[in-house]
Design a protein around this ligand. Structure first.
Ligand SMILES: Nc1nc2c(ncn2[C@@H]2O[C@H](COP(=O)(O)OP(=O)(O)OP(=O)(O)O)[C@@H](O)[C@H]2O)c(=O)[nH]1
Ligand SMILES: [Mg+2]
Length: 305
């Protein structure tokens, strides 16, 4: 298909506190699972692009790590990646959670927004409206618009899809006129090996508790296309302590087995062919201070300084 004459294209950054629903919204906009989602905070670690078409417009959504007060090098690099996503975008969408409202964390984001991403439209998306009574939304909209001059306000449920079409239609008008940036059938630009590592990290995050999900990382070590049409994927899970390795493996290896099964099932569906997945857990006490681990995640190590 040739591009329409009136084509438009641009970047839309999805920002907000951890857990606001940014990745859920990205996946819904794209119509496929491009970015991992969990009920825990700080799931997304780097910028993840997903592409959607709306009429003559190609909208490149940029999912970002949640904005919070960072403590560790990894946290600082994540927050820096999120703000640079906003700084590079044509339009910014700030997601907030309807049932939490104008939190201290949201206030801190609003204070920084003008400086970090000046002179561009910023839309407010009040997400998770399925969790509150509709009467509460009007007051919340007024309060938030008094706190920041949003270009427009949307009330959505990223999970259920309410209000999402309306937001996409508006964004299609807001991105600048110009040629599309990606081939029309492309929905993401994360390398396959990274998507595969993210899927395994999602399954680990869902099964492990407390600090552990924040102290591990997953890397795809090898990817072998086999003659019979299947693929063999080997991944390494880095943890910082012996004790963590034991927890990830679980009693008689049952945790790692469950993670592996869940990840393999999703990878098989995603790739549309049989996947043989091999996971290995390695203790690497200092991985959170290693430049290479950051670049594997798509983060800039120096941003954590
Ligand atoms: N009830 C409800 N839950 C939602 C909605 N959108 C997202 N969620 C849930 O909120 C949780 C967090 O969603 P994510 O999409 O991972 O949030 P995020 O903003 O990407 O989080 P980080 O990557 O940690 O910054 C998940 O459990 C989602 O299922 C919604 O519209 N309604
Ligand atoms: Mg996320």
């Amino acid at each position: 298909m040739t591009q329409p004459e009136n084509s438009r294209a641009g970047f839309v950054a999805l920002i907000g506190e951890p857990n606001a629903g940014k990745s859920t919204l990205l996946n819904r906009m794209v119509g496929a699972k491009v970015s991992i989602v969990t009920h825990k905070v700080q799931t997304t670690r780097a910028r993840i692009r997903g592409v959607a078409l709306e009429g003559a417009s190609q909208i490149v959504f940029v999912d970002t790590p949640g904005l919070f007060r960072p403590r560790r090098r990894l946290d600082r690099a994540m927050v820096a990646a999120a703000w640079s996503g906003a700084a590079d975008a044509d339009v910014v969408v700030l997601l907030i959670e309807a049932h939490r409202g104008l939190t201290e964390g949201v206030e801190a984001i609003l204070e920084a927004l003008n400086e970090r991403a000046p002179d561009r439209p910023v839309a407010l998306a009040i997400n998770k409206i399925d969790r509150v009574k509709s009467e509460a939304l009007l007051a919340l909209t007024e309060k938030l618009n008094a706190a920041y001059p949003f270009t427009k306000t949307f009330m959505i449920s990223a999970e259920r899809g309410h209000g999402v079409d309306h937001l996409r239609e508006w964004l299609a008008q807001e991105v600048p006129a110009g040629p599309w940036l990606y081939p029309e059938d492309q929905i993401a630009d994360l390398p396959m090996r990274m998507i595969a590592a993210e899927i395994t990290r999602e399954k680990l995050t869902l099964r492990l508790h407390q600090e552990l999900p924040y102290q591990l990382t997953v890397e795809t070590e090898s990817w072998e296309e086999r003659k019979d049409g299947t693929v063999r994927i080997d991944q390494l899970i880095y943890v910082i302590r012996d004790g963590h390795k034991g927890i990830v493996l679980g009693n008689k290896g049952e945790t790692i087995k469950a993670v592996s099964q869940a990840s393999r099932a999703e990878l098989t569906e995603f790739l549309g062919r049989t996947v043989h997945l091999f996971l290995q857990v390695k203790v690497r006490p200092n991985w959170l201070e290693e430049r290479e681990r950051f670049s594997e995640m798509g983060l800039d190590f120096n941003d954590g300084d």
